[in-house]
Ligand binder design. Structure first.
Ligand code: XMP
Length: 323
């Protein structure tokens, strides 16, 4: 019978037998799949595993710290953090086209990850033979998806590395569905803030800023998004919502009034959706009181934002994300 305990024991044994004395490398994205697959491999081979977390600066408030501190503390993973925030911001400077943003982020992610890989390879020790991937059963079936920028399988050997270097993949979640992965993650002691996380796109907040990405705009969006997450969690709504993109219309300004003064600020779009698989989605009928609290708090607490609007488009014809 299926239990998360059985899965952990089974996978730990299998991975240990396969890896032997070799070293293993893994990419953490901040998402559930890479967090659980990496923790499973760590449980099996300990410090033979080096996990790499590329901080591209496009995660939500507190998420990088959750990986760097809470996750490491809970799992004992040997983590190499690469602060690539400035590099990503630099390449994204002035870019407004959504697909162009995706291309740049994907490309830079691979570049930074491979540089980290080379550093790990250069440290003394047994050969690095394996790469961990958080592939889930639905990914196997559809052979798509994964975790966006962290889905590096097809890229892991482009450019920079010796041609004859081939990693074998370790994919300990290949037979599991998302809710099973979460159970395994809890079994492994991964913090709920990571295990319970909603799906989040690899390119992160960059595709939730309609317009060019900048440090200031990321700050605005992070603050608004944090309020949304606090209020939906406090209202106990997280399980009813599939995903809740919060979008900054950075190139739109509208007139408002605050105190005695006229404001000229940006709108924030709320995009809560319910869905089974992200292929189709419906807008979530959130309680008005929750929407009201979110709106009041965002306009009071986030400078530059003077209007909060609700997206009531289903998918199709809308997509979940705005870019
Ligand atoms: P859309 O916006 O197409 O999104 O309805 C469907 C699902 O995919 C996620 N998404 C992405 N995930 N890289 C990712 O890893 C991306 O570039 C990307 N774009 C959209 C989106 O959050 C939703 O879950």
């Amino acid at each position: 019978t299926w239990t998360s305990v059985n899965i952990v024991e089974e996978q730990v044994e299998r991975i240990r037998a396969e890896v032997g004395d070799a070293r293993v490398i893994s990419a953490l994205s901040g998402g559930v799949d890479s967090a659980v697959s990496t923790a499973l491999v760590q449980r099996a081979v300990g410090d033979q595993l080096t996990a790499v977390f590329v901080d591209h600066g496009l995660l939500r408030q507190g998420e990088a710290e959750q990986v760097e501190k809470d996750y490491v503390l809970a799992t004992g993973v040997d983590l190499k953090v690469v602060d690539a925030k400035d590099q990503f911001l630099g390449f994204l400077d002035g870019v407004t086209d959504p697909e162009e943003k995706r291309k740049i982020i994907g490309r830079e992610f691979i570049r930074v990850f491979e540089a980290a890989e080379r550093e790990v390879l250069a440290t003394p020790g047994p050969p690095v033979k394996y790469l961990v991937q958080g592939t889930l059963y639905p990914d196997v079936v559809e052979s798509g998806g994964g975790e966006g920028a962290a889905n590096i399988k097809s890229h892991h050997n482009v450019g920079g590395l010796p041609d004859d270097l081939e990693f074998s993949l370790i994919e300990p979640l290949r037979t599991l569905f998302k809710d099973e992965v979460r159970q395994v993650g809890r079994q492994l002691g991964i913090p709920e803030a990571i295990v319970g996380r909603h799906p989040f796109p690899g390119p992160g907040l960059a595709i939730r800023i309609v317009g060019a990405v900048s440090a200031e705009r990321l700050e605005i969006l992070r603050a608004a998004d944090a309020i949304v997450r606090e209020e939906t969690a406090a209202a106990g709504l997280d399980h009813d919502i599939w995903q809740f993109p919060v979008v900054l219309l950075a190139d739109v300004r509208s007139v408002g009034v605050q105190g005695d003064g006229r404001t000229y600020g940006h709108p924030i779009v709320l995009r809560p959706v319910s869905s089974e698989d992200a292929m189709t989605a419906d807008w979530s009928r959130l309680p008005y009181e929750v929407l009201e609290r979110i709106s009041t708090r965002i306009t009071n607490e986030v400078d530059e934002v003077n209007r909060v609007v609700l997206d009531i488009t289903s998918k199709p014809p809308g997509t979940i994300e705005w870019e």
